[in-house]
Each structure stands twice: as C-alpha cells, then as structure tokens.
Design a protein around this ligand. Structure first.
Ligand SMILES: [Zn+2]
Length: 146
C-alpha cells in the first residue's frame, strides 16, 4: 500500500546491474493538476486583483510547464549514472546508446576517483565469441577492456 505513494522506484540497471532509483511518473498526476490550478489562481490575483477569464490561459500554461518538468525529470532519472546506459535511447537507436555507454566508460577509466571503486558488473562475452566478433571487424569490445 505504501509503495503506491512512493514517487521513486528501486530497480537495477539493465546493463551494469547496479542498483538505482527511477521516478515512477512519466506524466502529471492529480496533485500536479491541483497545484497548477492553485498557481494560476495566485497568478490571477497577482495580475488582475479579481476573477478574470484569462485565468484559464494561465492554468493551461501551468499544466504545460508541470508536464514538461515531470517528463524531463523522468527522462533524466532513467539514464544510469554509473555506466550511462539509456534504455529509452536503446529502444530507438541501439548504436547511439552503445556509443554513449562507451563514452561514459572512457570517462570513468580516466577519472582517478574511480581507481579504487568497485569494478562494474558488465556483461561478459565468452572468449570464442569475442574473437569471432573482433574478426568480423565489429570494433573494440568494451567489456573486455575494463
Ligand atoms: Zn548502468
């Protein structure tokens, strides 16, 4: 029952398996709508000091701002902070997602702050499969070099 009210959700990264928390909501909730209504009433009294039909415009603008905010918050929380894996981008463009993970792992390799950190639990490729992939010229294997 309590988990229904939690805004964040515990899960694991699909790539490096590190534990993480992501925001549950992708869209605005009833609370955001009520907040937008309250904000637009406050704006109405601040601007016109009485009831004004233009409050509806302010309400729609507040709704749009909160929807954009909730969407951006969810989108940023979905990306793994440890390895940089982005599941949403992976569904659209797997190559771009792979290059982002490579960039993040290169940054991690060069940053001295991670020298003594726990190594990442990256997916391993069996040696014979890795050799076959490298023979095909598919590029450098990230998980072999970390
Ligand atoms: Zn990760």
């Amino acid at each position: 029952m309590l988990s229904f009210f939690k805004t964040r959700h515990n899960c694991y990264c699909a790539f490096c398996k590190s534990p993480r928390r992501i925001y549950r909501r992708k869209n605005i909730s009833l609370m955001n709508i009520l907040g937008s209504a309250l904000a637009s009433v406050v704006i109405m009294f601040a601007l016109w000091q009485q009831y004004d039909p233009r409050v509806m415009v302010a309400f729609v603008v507040c709704l749009a701002i909160s929807e954009v905010f909730v969407k951006i918050r969810w989108r940023l929380s979905v990306v793994c902070r440890v390895c940089g894996f982005d599941p949403v981008l992976y569904l659209k463009a797997p190559e771009q997602a792979a290059s982002k993970v490579k960039e993040q792992l290169d940054v991690r390799r060069q940053d001295p702050k991670y020298l003594l950190a726990k190594p990442l639990n990256l997916p391993a490729i069996p040696a014979d499969k890795a050799k076959a992939l490298q023979d095909k010229g598919k590029g450098r294997l990230v998980s072999r070099s970390i």
